[in-house]
Design a protein around this ligand. Structure first.
Ligand code: TYM
Length: 359
């Protein structure tokens, strides 16, 4: 990798409640990164309007709720920048430029668009189609080098790299001429001598990169599943968490004693993965303790661990939500800090492209 300043960027959409997948696949993994490099965590409200405009009051509330969840999970506004996307105009501006970098063919291959648009593609918003360009802009407006996400965002991050590479290439000579950017230690026909945007590293790791529905181990846990029993929300109380785990779909066999035994057992694999991620363990560790046991023994242990881990966070979220003034002030401060990084980047990008600056 080149000498870009290391920086983490990630985000969650404020649509509905955060669930265990968002927490284990993303937010919980952000916390330790705060002590390793500069970190920016965004509540991506501009993304939340691509599948239809939510109720305006609910959108504002959900934005605060996601902010509260970040903080309750351990994202510290004195260490990280926390803000909502729509407050920093550079995201939208860079997304427009990336609309002109990315190719129709690239976006047509995005599986998430295909899933979300379904059969009714003609009626999907243009925003839903162009969404990955906005995601690339979110990341590259800060020239972020590391993006910790769940497995479902992998393809979007590959597109982000393709956009960065194409921009670097198309403007390679110009970037060098202007003397901005970072030298590329290994220039090639694919990447020129001087780079403006980093090729972002996806950080997709651990036992919980893809938490599945509690009702169907072949489907991802998601906010849009009509069954609330399919997911654990971060706002669920202890009884609800215990009930959802009790009712989680399983198979009739005992747990295996090795990870290979989880193949073809999606529900068992999912619950073991959840236990591992909540306990900071590997799946192997979990099976060392529970291999050979029935779900009737494993589920209560999982409930106990989930409640012990999640309840204090839920309480803290409620406490934070009682003080909206404080949440808004965290977001305001974050937006100012984020703008201070993104503004000079967009200034460079305008110069690189040749937009005449008369002000
Ligand atoms: P979103 O809001 O759908 O999800 C937020 C984060 O949660 C992860 N996630 C999961 N991880 C494991 N198991 C699951 N079942 C599960 N469901 C969701 C997601 O992978 C994600 O990390 N496009 C993004 C938001 C975004 C973004 C960005 C992320 C916009 N711009 C820039 C990183 C960088 C999204 O819709 O995530």
């Amino acid at each position: 990798m080149t000498a870009f300043q290391p920086r983490v960027f990630s985000g969650v959409q404020p649509t509905g409640n955060l669930h265990l997948g968002n927490y284990l696949g993303a937010v919980s993994r952000w916390v330790p990164l705060q002590d390793q490099m500069p970190t920016i965590f965004c509540v991506v409200d501009s993304h939340a309007i691509t599948a239809g405009f939510p109720d305006p009051v609910e959108l504002s509330e959900a934005t605060r709720e996601v902010t509260a969840a970040y903080m309750a999970a351990g994202i510290d506004p004195t260490k990280s920048i926390i803000f909502n996307q729509s407050q920093v105009r550079e995201h939208a501006e860079l997304a427009w430029i990336f609309n002109c970098v990315a190719r129709m063919g690239w976006l047509s291959r995005m599986t998430q668009f295909k899933e979300k648009a379904g059969k009714n593609k003609e009626n999907a918003s243009v925003g839903l189609f162009a969404y990955p360009n906005l995601m690339a802009a979110d990341i590259l407006a800060y020239r972020a080098t590391h993006v910790p996400v769940g497995d479902d965002q992998k393809q979007h991050l590959e597109l982000t790299r393709d956009i960065a590479a194409k921009f670097n290439n198309d403007f390679g000579e110009r970037i060098k001429e202007l003397g901005i950017g970072v030298p590329n230690p290994t220039p090639s026909p694919e990447l020129p001598e001087q780079l403006y945007f980093p090729l972002t590293e996806p950080m997709i790791a651990g036992p919980a990169t893809r938490i599945m529905s509690l009702r169907d181990g072949t489907k991802k846990m998601s906010k849009s599943d009509p069954s609330d029993l399919s997911r654990i929300n971060l706002t669920d109380d202890s009884d609800t968490i215990a009930k959802k785990i009790r009712k989680a779909k399983t198979d009739p066999d005992a747990l295996p004693s090795a990870v290979e035994g989880l193949a073809d057992r999606p529900e068992a694999d999912n619950l073991v993965g959840i236990y591992a991620a909540l306990g900071g363990l590997s799946k192997e560790d979990v099976l060392k303790d529970f291999g050979g046991q029935q779900f009737s023994a494993f589920k209560p242990a999982l409930s106990e661990l989930a409640v012990a881990k999640l309840s204090p966070m839920t309480d803290e979220m409620r406490r934070l939500m009682d003080d909206k003034v404080q949440i808004d002030s965290v977001l305001k401060d974050g937006a100012e800090k984020a703008s201070a990084i993104a503004e000079p980047v967009l200034k460079d990008v305008r110069r690189i492209i040749g937009f005449l600056d008369v002000r």
